[in-house]
Design a protein around this ligand. Structure first.
Ligand SMILES: [Zn+2]
Length: 134
């Protein structure tokens, strides 16, 4: 778990409570697809599988989610975003998430698609032209 006054794992420069912690606690919801992406990355860092399920689009949401405890997430780079703004219904975020697994560095490069339901952003899926995960 992450203390409220620690730096947010999404590396925004804010504290956790002022950044993704607000979304994880349900105080507020991310206004853009990029912020949902960041908060989902932070949820991976915190091992918050429930938040990941809660922000998964009902069409593609898995029944349950097991996080890999061997994986330590180190850094998130947002490569680009497409739409996903306040007035959009769909958005795309390309990112590279860096991790270590058993001391060995790796990265996940994905183009994620997001969709709004009732003015809330949800993770839909990885775009077909994404690099394979893992
Ligand atoms: Zn954050």
């Amino acid at each position: 778990m992450i203390a409220q006054d620690e730096r947010c794992p999404c590396l925004s420069g804010e504290t956790y409570s002022a950044c993704c912690g607000r979304f994880h606690s349900g105080t507020t919801v991310p206004a853009t697809a990029e912020w949902l992406m960041r908060s989902r990355y932070s949820a991976f860092c915190c091992g918050n599988a429930q938040y990941l399920l809660n922000t998964w689009h009902p069409l593609t949401r898995p029944g349950s989610l097991e996080l890999d405890a061997q994986l330590t997430w180190r850094r998130l780079d947002i490569v680009r975003t497409e739409h996903g703004g306040l007035l959009d219904e769909e958005g795309v975020v390309e990112f590279i998430a860096h991790y270590r697994e058993g001391g060995i560095p790796g990265q996940q490069h994905e183009i994620s698609r997001f969709r709004k339901v009732d003015r809330q952003w949800y993770y839909l899926d990885a775009a077909p032209d994404s690099a394979p995960a893992g």
